[in-house]
Write a protein that binds this ligand. Structure first.
Ligand SMILES: Nc1ncnc2c1ncn2[C@@H]1O[C@H](COP(=O)(O)OP(=O)(O)OP(=O)(O)O)[C@@H](O)[C@H]1O
Ligand SMILES: [Mg+2]
Length: 308
């Protein structure tokens, strides 16, 4: 796959919402509770994302990261709590209304219409996101940014590789720069060089004034982009603070109950170091699994930048 992904131009701006003060809290979740049928996945999750800020949403597999993302974008209705977007209560709004309000969600997996071509996917995204501009010009801008998609424009999305479909998901979202981006495991299935380029786009989007909530298994990637981190554990917030403290919080969550974060403890020994030490800290050469596992699904934290 080509690594040619020029970043969003630094002078690009996210259209402001005239009714919202520039430094306002852009995204606020308050005491969210949500689940799937009788299963409860979130137990009172609260945090905020400010204007022009990136927040990394971290946690082991099954911690509830994607559920938070789905609630925020309207795909899952919370059983309690509030979601506010630029001060407006959007709890329980349909996904299209939340998208129209300026929030874009790149969900886990491949959010493309597999039977449509790459270009048809992009045209649909432009229409759905309320782009009033010239579709041809918008498409040209997307193809300039994501050269590999230009080469594949006539191909059915379902025939693309997993990584290319992931890239198409992101391209669909960036075609109309959102004011809030919720990205769920963006790097999954992408070659490391492409991940570099994708993250450059995220940095530029943040610089253009968007608020970013980034769910990422490659912890270092997310922390390099973010100024704050929220660490989830079993559907509750275990840490909400600067990235400087996030690795220790992550280590603590992985070490489990009864392990403190004080210097010299098992959890603290792992802070800021690589994946092998994480494994060692968890008691041997076992896979770094979370809880709530489903057979056949990928299960781990990734502190390495490389993914095979
Ligand atoms: N569609 C679903 N139906 C039933 N349970 C679900 C569904 N989606 C998620 N869950 C469960 O809800 C809990 C939270 O899942 P969620 O996908 O939000 O976790 P996550 O932190 O995103 O995990 P991962 O790192 O594996 O993506 C898990 O126990 C999971 O098994
Ligand atoms: Mg997930």
């Amino acid at each position: 796959m080509s690594a040619e992904v020029p970043p969003v131009p630094p002078n690009a701006t996210v259209p402001p919402n005239a009714t919202v003060p520039p430094n306002a809290t852009v995204l606020e979740v308050e005491d969210l509770q949500a689940g799937y049928g009788p299963y409860r996945a979130l137990f009172g999750v609260s945090f905020t994302v400010e204007h022009g800020e990136a927040v990394a949403l971290l946690g082991p597999n099954g911690a509830g990261k994607s559920t938070v993302a789905r609630v925020v974008s309207g795909l899952v209705r919370p059983s309690a709590g509030r979601v506010r977007l630029e001060g407006r209560d959007v709890t329980g709004f349909a996904p299209w209304r939340i998208a129209r309000a300026g929030l874009a969600h790149v969900p886990e997996g491949r959010a493309v219409f597999t039977t449509l071509s790459v270009e048809e996917n992009l045209v649909l995204a432009l229409g759905r996101r309320g782009s009033r501009g010239d579709v041809a010009a918008s498409l040209a801008a997307v193809y300039e940014r994501f050269g590999v998609l230009a080469d594949l424009r006539r191909h059915r999305a379902g025939t693309l590789s997993g990584g290319q479909q992931r890239l198409l998901s992101l391209a669909k979202v960036l075609a109309v720069p959102p004011r809030v981006l919720v990205a769920d495991e963006l790097s999954l299935g992408l070659a490391p060089s492409v991940v570099d380029d994708v993250y450059e786009n995220l940095v530029a989007l943040r610089g253009a004034g968007a608020a970013l909530l980034v769910v990422e298994q490659q912890v270092e990637r997310a922390l390099a982009l973010a100024s704050r981190a929220v660490v989830l554990d079993h559907g509750s917030v275990a840490y909400d603070g600067p990235v400087a403290g996030a690795m220790e919080a992550v280590a603590r969550v992985f070490a489990g109950p009864g392990v403190t974060s004080a210097s010299g403890t098992r959890g603290a020994d792992t802070v800021g170091v690589g994946a092998r030490t994480w494994v060692a800290a968890r008691g041997g050469n076992r896979p770094m699994t979370g809880y709530g596992e489903e057979p056949g699904r990928r299960r781990s934290w990734r502190t390495s930048r490389r993914r095979s």
